[in-house]
Design a protein around this ligand. Structure first.
Ligand code: ATP
Length: 162
């Protein structure tokens, strides 16, 4: 169905703000855009990126979300940035695999509730279903940015299969 991406983004950030009290979570931009997607699944995908940003960013860190229309494409660019522990270059290609967890996430989060390493594999599966491209830019100990390119709905509001 056609959904307003900006409403989903707003919702996801607002909910995460309620739980991520030890971080500064900022919605830097949220431009309007209608996408063709299953809203519940999209919410789940956004939650995975936000929860990871919180999990892998020490207290007091910053998480920034931005959603902008790509001028040269019929697409939105949604980014999740953090200034957390980062992902070593050699791990960046593997984080989307099932059960994969970078060493740093194991050691730095030892003692806390461990992850399963499934989140990003679910996110990338959801992305695939929606023609969404995911890119990652990260530097170990500096931070991580996930860049999602989400196609706009071809027929805007006129679609009717709600
Ligand atoms: P779970 O699925 O239970 O949340 P997880 O967080 O380990 O567990 P994924 O979400 O699949 O699993 O993430 C895989 C790995 O990618 C993580 O273990 C972590 O090493 C790395 N990672 C993901 N997001 C970030 C981030 N924002 N900053 C640093 N590392 C990250």
């Amino acid at each position: 169905e056609n959904v307003h991406l900006d409403e989903l983004v707003d919702d996801a950030v607002r909910k995460m703000k309620l739980v991520a009290k030890q971080h500064t979570l900022r919605l830097e931009a949220n431009e309007p855009g209608i996408i063709y997607a299953d809203p519940a699944t999209m919410r789940q995908m956004m939650r995975i990126f936000l929860e990871n940003a919180v999990k892998y960013t020490p207290e007091g860190g910053h998480i920034t979300v931005a959603s902008r229309r790509l001028p040269e494409k019929e697409a939105m660019q949604l980014t999740f940035s953090d200034d957390g522990i980062g992902i070593a270059e050699e791990d960046q290609g593997k984080i989307f695999e099932r059960f994969y967890r970078a060493d740093s996430s194991r050691t730095k989060k030892a003692g806390s509730v461990g992850g399963t390493g499934l989140g990003l594999s679910i996110a990338s599966w959801i992305a695939e279903q929606h023609d969404i491209d995911i890119a990652v830019e990260s530097e170990f100990d500096k931070g991580t940015k996930f860049i999602l390119t989400i196609p706009l709905s071809h027929d805007g509001e006129s679609h009717s299969d709600a």
